[in-house]
Write a protein that binds this ligand. Structure first.
Ligand code: AMP
Length: 636
């Protein structure tokens, strides 16, 4: 596939809001992409240029792009800037200005995709003397030979502002449509009138399906499907009269892909496995060190009794540390720390890494940990979250902050040891392996744990956890396995405060008077569980600081800071109202969830208040509607 073809697909995608059309277009893109470029394309579709764990930057400024556009059309910098102000999207400006140039480039050489991606990598590697000039020359060379639609997307790629966030659920469905055997009525339909006329005539329908050129497999039950799917591919079509069975097959596909994704975190591994070895081989995929996996999540219990009802008796209880979740990967002498969103934060914690090397026995390990700030005067006491947030953000003077904010890593689970996955092993046995492999030190410790069936004993443990500055406790099912990415009942959190919710910001309003340069009210959106569609749940305008604090952290956020964060993601402005491309995730506290007809989620919050920025989240790692419904039900 060449770059022009990809950009034409992107253009079609941005011109539709219908989910099924999006799935169809993405499945065509995936089918047309060579194996070695699948991962890059999937990342682009999800709105990013480099994977989140890749800390490199392209380092191209809007100014450089404006200079290139200027030399290509007879416009001044001021003209281009004015156009940019109107639309807020330099990609659109590039497209419009280059439209008149198209005739000249019609017969020139096409850029292949690999060439574009190689340039992106080269840009990240071009540093030092004259690097700005050299980068500019590299991209000017591409601009000189593209059409207007390519210019739109090249500009967005170079500015790392794709404006196209397709959710992981849509990618998953597109993989099914592209590579798996089709399913009648679910992702393959016949003409409606024909079906109506021949509703009772199965043979006629089958005859018509055969005309499609697909290989039809007629089934009556799930056993027959299971016997046949192993050797089937996207040239087959499962046909049945039983619509429920057909839906069951789709869910089967969907669950298998979801499981494989949670373990590998790379759609390219899944797609290439399906293409080269067949769909059923994806059930054999496993996690590997240095390739972070999705974290298991926890439900909230109303109290200790409620937790026991869910996780059984006896159960394990641990302190719930109020810090940052990190996944530790060790391979021989190398250790890396990844956030929940797989950002590599190893460099922020050289002190922890050094200590961990001496206190982890196994050669290869993946562990779940919480990293917390500790009180210099009382090393048993945990500091509030904002201290550790400050440390994670710090890119320079690390030595200084190591002294100011000492940290400790609490290891609370283990998912892999020496190439053996531990995901299907009970919590009790995982904990045993964890204890054999982690030696407690000042910087790295096993989480504090109690196994009990006695409410009074657990009550004491809970009180102690809170006294020492923790958020609460976690209850864990002794025979629960590790389910990546799932909010299953194998663990429950018990904490005194109302469950905060995570929203992505999808809109904002400019302030008035002396706040006129700031955005001061922000539209909150949660997501539909199945389709990933974003649903509004109200606005928040309190909990922000009037004055920007000197130290960057996730808790003291001012209107000015939030405005700066959101500005690059403005999609459209209409008077004071701004539409924002979903990118920034925040945690919000509130007094109550209420039913509401004003918002398409069906809910609104009473007294919403910003709690903190969640800079480790991506726009789809937010509260799902089902979770909000559960909280609403619990409240009533
Ligand atoms: P919440 O963020 O309130 O949904 O709570 C779940 C988070 O608690 C996890 O993602 C971890 O970051 C954190 N946590 C702290 N201590 C523990 C522990 N002992 N076991 C599991 N999670 C913990």
């Amino acid at each position: 596939m060449d770059f022009e073809t990809l950009c034409n697909y992107f253009e079609k995608l941005s011109n539709t809001s219908k989910r099924l059309e999006k799935i169809e277009i993405i499945s065509q893109i995936l089918l047309a992409t060579p194996n070695d470029l699948i991962e890059r394309i999937v990342i682009l579709l999800q709105g990013k240029v480099l994977p989140i764990w890749d800390n490199r930057k392209l380092g191209i400024s809007s100014r450089q792009i404006i200079n290139i556009i200027k030399t290509m059309c007879s416009k001044s910098v001021l003209d281009i800037e004015n156009e940019w102000k109107k639309t807020g999207d330099l990609g659109l400006v590039a497209m419009n200005l280059l439209k008149s140039k198209n005739q000249q480039t019609l017969f020139s050489k096409k850029h292949n995709l690999k060439e574009i991606f190689d340039t992106i990598v080269k840009l990240t590697e071009t540093v030092g003397e004259n690097s700005t000039k050299r980068k500019q020359a590299m991209i000017a060379n591409i601009y000189s030979n593209i059409n207007s639609i390519e210019a739109k997307y090249l500009t967005r790629i170079l500015l790392e502002n794709m404006q196209m966030g397709v959710g992981p659920g849509t990618i998953k469905d597109s993989i099914i449509w592209a590579f798996l055997p089709k399913i009648y009525l679910i992702n393959y339909n016949l003409n409606k009138d024909f079906v109506k006329e021949n509703k009772k005539n199965k043979d006629k329908i089958k005859e018509k399906l055969v005309e499609s050129g697909l290989n039809i497999i007629d089934i009556d039950n799930f056993d027959q499907f299971e016997k046949n799917y192993i050797n089937a591919d996207n040239q087959n079509l499962f046909y049945s009269k039983d619509e429920k069975l057909l839906r069951e097959i789709y869910n089967f596909y969907s669950n298998k892909i979801e499981n494989a994704y949670q373990l590998t975190n790379q759609y390219s591994i899944i797609i290439n496995t399906i293409k080269e070895k067949g769909f059923f081989k994806i059930t054999k995929l496993n996690s590997k060190v240095m390739n972070p996996i999705k974290a298991m999540l926890f439900l909230k219990a109303k109290n200790i009794e409620h937790a026991f009802e869910n996780v059984g008796k006896p159960a394990a209880f641990e302190f719930k540390y109020d810090g940052f979740r990190v996944q530790l990967h060790k391979k021989q002498n190398e250790i890396k720390l990844y956030t929940r969103q797989f950002e590599d934060v190893t460099n922020a914690f050289p002190d922890v890494i050094k200590d961990a090397k001496e206190h982890i026995k196994a050669n290869e390990i993946i562990c779940d940990c919480e990293i917390v700030g500790i009180d210099i005067n009382n090393p048993e006491k945990i500091l509030p979250f904002q201290k550790i947030s400050k440390r994670i953000k710090r890119k320079h003077n690390i030595d200084q902050i190591i002294k100011e904010v000492p940290v400790r890593l609490f290891v609370f689970d283990i998912m892999l040891i020496d190439q053996n996955s531990l995901l299907n092993i009970s919590f009790e046995n995982r904990r045993k392996i964890l204890e054999e492999n982690i030696i407690d030190s000042n910087k790295i410790q096993k989480s504090k744990m109690l196994i009990s069936e006695n409410i009074n004993e657990v009550e004491q443990f809970y009180k102690k956890a809170l006294d020492l500055g923790n958020e609460g406790i976690m209850a864990k099912k002794l025979n629960g396995i590790y389910k990546p990415g799932n909010r299953v009942g194998f663990g429950m959190k018990i904490k005194p405060t109302m469950e905060p919710l995570d929203f992505v910001i999808t809109g904002a309003t400019w302030g008035e008077g002396k706040r006129a340069n700031w955005m001061t009210s922000f539209t909150l959106s949660c997501k539909d569980d199945e389709s990933d569609e974003l649903l509004e749940m109200g606005k928040v305008g309190t909990g922000f600081k009037e004055i920007t604090s000197e130290e960057e952290n996730d808790t003291d956020i001012s209107f000015e800071q939030m405005t700066e964060l959101l500005k690059p993601h403005i999609k459209k402005e209409n008077g004071k109202e701004i539409e924002i491309i979903p990118t920034i995730v925040i945690e919000v506290n509130y007094e109550e969830i209420q039913k509401s007809e004003n918002y398409n989620s069906g809910y609104a919050l009473r007294f919403p208040r910003l709690s903190r920025l969640k800079s480790d989240r991506d726009p789809y790692d937010i509260s799902p509607l089902s979770f909000i419904t559960d909280l609403y039900d619990q409240q009533n």
